[in-house]
Design a protein around this ligand. Structure first.
Ligand code: PBG
Length: 325
């Protein structure tokens, strides 16, 4: 008969005692802030479906990156919106492309900040798919060559880590191989290992101008019903050389984060994606929930599920809130 011997409320009586028994911690160290870079200068355009997030030119990104680092956030992940799109995503691996230029500026102005780059073709292809299209289908192996070129060009520009998000088979091995053959064996790969085809990428596609012009991404991104398949995807990526594995999105996939954390010994990242951000922004702008509390609760739940790091548009807000609490 546990009661009245056991009274769990004893350990919840005050903020001080709650602090002492807290099982999960959230720190700015756990956060990675996504940034969208566009050509030009003095450009800072708010993304309508993601209030508080901007498409920015290189000069503006450099200013923002300084602020990010000063808030205690160790890393950013860069997405590029190019001047021109074509069938073979030429600007993705152009040494003077928008991302490559931004990397140089960032490493110059905020050298301690870890610059991670998203390696994918969808922002750069005219059809908006993440690979080369032939006869209406995304073809795998020829795409690997372009992804490797893209990753290499980011690293040559100074990127500290690359994060392939395309979900082609074999891309981690191809990128590892390309980096190593040019002497970049110390550059880590964070793979979007279990990336699901999700409705929650909607606002991002507006931000990155990367909506597929025909069809969808279901022939390469995972089916949201599958749990065991995530283990398979992650183990393949680790075998191919992934240093950090990511689950994406985060909130509808907390079970997957937990599975991956239990099954593997590498750091696990989770992407709190655009739709997850916009939902909170929309509800709080209507006065339907307390934004600050929702942010911390959501990010802490992703940590509790097992994520070591979280890519989130709330990184700056969370870092400020954590200082206050
Ligand atoms: C590129 C990519 C996407 C996201 C990150 N990298 C979009 C997609 O796969 O359609 C989504 C990020 C977000 O929604 O915040 N492939």
């Amino acid at each position: 008969m546990p009661f009245p011997i056991h009274r769990p409320r004893r350990l919840r009586q005050s903020e001080t005692i709650r602090r002492m028994v807290r099982e999960t911690r959230l720190s700015p160290d756990n956060l990675i802030y996504p940034l969208f870079v566009v050509p030009g200068s003095s450009v800072r355009r708010e993304i309508p479906s993601m209030p508080g997030c901007y498409q920015q030119s290189v000069d503006e990104i450099a200013k923002e990156a300084k602020e990010v680092y000063s808030l205690g956030i160790p890393a950013i992940i860069l997405f590029g919106i190019p001047e021109h799109k074509d069938e073979i995503a030429s600007e993705a691996y152009d040494p003077n492309g928008v991302v490559q230029t931004a990397i140089k500026a960032l490493k110059d102005r905020v050298p301690e900040l870890m610059v991670i780059t998203d390696v994918c073709l969808c922002e750069y292809t005219s059809h908006g798919h993440c690979g080369i299209v032939k006869d209406g289908r995304v073809i795998n192996d020829p795409t690997l060559e372009l992804l490797s070129k893209e990753a290499l060009s980011h690293v040559k520009a100074g990127a500290d880590m690359v994060a392939p998000s395309d979900m082609m088979d074999g891309r981690v091995a191809a990128i590892r191989n390309a980096l190593d053959s040019e002497g970049f064996e110390n550059i880590p790969i964070m793979s979007y290992a279990a990336k699901y085809a999700s409705a929650f990428y909607g606002p991002f596609r507006e931000a990155a101008e990367s909506t597929p012009q025909f069809g969808d991404r279901r022939s390469y991104q995972m089916d949201s019903t599958n749990r065991r398949e995530a283990i398979k995807e992650v183990s393949l990526d680790i075998e191919e050389g992934a240093d950090i594995v990511m689950v994406k999105p985060a909130l509808s996939y907390l079970d997957i984060i937990s599975d991956i954390k239990d099954a593997f010994d590498v750091p696990v990242a989770a992407y709190n994606v655009s739709g997850e951000y916009s939902m909170i922004k929309a509800a709080s702008s209507l006065g339907w929930l307390d934004e600050d509390r929702a942010i911390l609760e959501v990010l802490t739940s992703i940590r509790r599920a097992g994520a070591d790091m979280i890519l989130t548009y709330f990184a700056k807000d969370a870092a400020r809130l954590l200082k206050r609490y």
